[in-house]
Ligand binder design. Structure first.
Ligand code: DO4
Ligand code: MG
Length: 302
């Protein structure tokens, strides 16, 4: 099943199941995707089973439906628009989980720390964001005022339940100020965490919907003044760690709430010429996970 959260001016926040190009509104059955996940866990069921039951019940009550295309608007209060697909308490990141990411970061910083982590038992894990730092789908991701080289990091993210297996998958943009990170690795939190440093969505896909989670294809495109200035692709077949390994390290002695999002690292490394600029459009797309679109805004330093 594929789940979305969205906003409709006269109705407020909604939750829906995406079936082909229609979104069936299941808000009368369950108010948020997080509640749906919590109910599934309480009953010892999968998210797929719980979502299916809510979907059937909503359909039997002649629930409203919306064209998915009609929700794909920039997030303004007078227009229907997509919301982040889960109200995650926290968003965490895993890093250097793709060989390219380790090699290129080491080469650019004249160090070997990234490769050492790539081959270590312990993965790189970092705090990434809270919801108020995240851009909604079609909303604005940001470049810090003090960064000249901020890059898109197109990633597959997992949603965490009560054990180490992902309960859902989504797309994530781990936007990062690479110039600040490269000055000194101790600056990593400043590279990773600021207003508009992240976006994820637009859909949550259950593991049953995904099939093989190590065969998720992902493409990224940067469009400037209507022209594609960068395109890259990767596949989770190149991911060097297992999802359960990343989740188990993250949970170790660290209380992780149900619905937490963990983005699993990038395999696409844009060059300096593709450094994000005010007005750019970033698209991250996957046949399994849909398309996450954001506009870029340069922050003012206030
Ligand atoms: O330490 C660098 C961050 C790595 C990262 O975010 C990634 O590989 O995706
Ligand atoms: Mg990353």
């Amino acid at each position: 099943m594929r789940l979305v959260q969205f906003f409709v001016p006269e109705l407020g926040k909604r939750v829906g199941v995406l079936e082909e190009e229609k979104v069936v509104d299941i808000t009368e059955i369950v108010p948020t995707t997080l509640t749906l996940l919590e109910r599934a866990i309480e009953k010892g069921r999968s998210l797929e089973e719980e979502a299916k039951e809510a979907f059937e019940e909503a359909k039997s009550q002649n629930a409203r439906s919306f064209d998915f295309a009609s929700l794909q608007n920039s997030p303004e209060p007078d227009k229907p628009h997509l919301l982040l697909p889960i109200d995650a308490a926290e968003i965490w990141g895993a890093g250097v989980t793709y060989k390219r990411s380790a090699e290129e970061r080491d080469a650019d910083s004249q160090t070997d720390i990234y490769t050492r982590v790539y081959f270590s038992d312990r993965p790189e894990l970092f705090f990434k964001a809270t919801l108020h730092r995240c851009a909604l789908p079609f909303g604005e991701i940001a470049v810090r005022s003090d960064s000249e080289f901020t890059a898109v990091e197109a990633e597959v993210a997992v949603v965490i339940g009560i054990d180490n297996q992902p309960v859902a998958f989504t797309l994530c943009n781990d936007v990062s100020a690479w110039d600040i990170e490269r000055l000194n690795p101790l600056y990593l939190p400043q590279s990773k965490i600021y207003a508009g440093c992240c976006s994820f969505g637009p859909i949550l896909a259950t593991p049953e919907q995904i099939g093989d989670p190590y065969a998720i294809e992902i493409k990224c495109r940067i469009i400037r003044n209507g022209v594609v200035i960068f395109e890259g692709e990767a596949s989770t077949s190149q991911l060097s760690r297992r999802y359960d390994e990343l989740i188990s390290f993250l949970r170790r002695d660290n209380p992780i709430l149900i619905g937490t999002v963990l983005t699993t690292g990038t395999g696409i490394m844009p060059p300096a010429e593709a450094s994000l600029r005010d007005g750019d459009i970033v698209e991250i797309e996957s046949p399994q996970l849909g398309k996450l679109v954001n506009k870029v805004r340069k922050l003012s330093g206030r």
